[in-house]
Design a protein around this ligand. Structure first.
Ligand code: RB5
Length: 145
């Protein structure tokens, strides 16, 4: 499994914690860190784009994006056909976004979600299988030309 990480300055602290969590608890996952790497102000669409392109080019299977709220970075990621980016704040939606929506990017808010909860949300999303069936038919209806 391969996974790309991306964030802006509002999400960089949480992204570093997430990265350490993945290295420690998911050693089977090969990580690509698309930045940002420090507190300097940057533009979240650039990092959403980098992670979305990793997925669409099959460089990575999944992505995690973090900005201050998770909102801007999820909006940008969802502009790409084939990207299903889910901004989640609780365990149930972290589970459902994989089970029903097969979310290929999980979005989190660095200023809204504690590190402990963020790691729990990621673990739930990673461990939940997509249910397929009727949900695949609905996913096939998502993209608009
Ligand atoms: C940056 O200050 C902030 O606007 C950004 O991280 C994000 O929250 C946007 O949705």
């Amino acid at each position: 499994m391969t996974l790309s990480l991306g964030c802006d300055h509002g999400g960089v602290e949480l992204k570093e914690i997430i990265k350490a969590h993945l290295i420690a608890h998911h050693p089977d996952i090969s990580l690509t860190d698309r930045g940002t790497h420090g507190p300097a102000s940057v533009h979240y669409p650039d990092f959403a784009t980098a992670v979305a392109r990793d997925i669409l080019s099959h460089t990575s299977d999944l992505g995690i994006l973090v900005c201050g709220t998770g909102i801007g970075i999820s909006i940008r990621a969802n502009r790409f056909k084939g990207i299903r980016a889910a901004l989640v704040h609780d365990i149930f939606t972290a589970e459902m976004c994989k089970a029903h929506n097969n979310a290929n990017i999980l979005c989190l808010g660095g200023r809204t979600t504690s590190p402990e909860l963020a790691c729990q949300l990621i673990d739930k999303w990673l461990s939940t299988p997509f249910e397929g069936g009727r949900h695949q038919a609905r996913i096939d209806m998502l993209d608009i030309d």
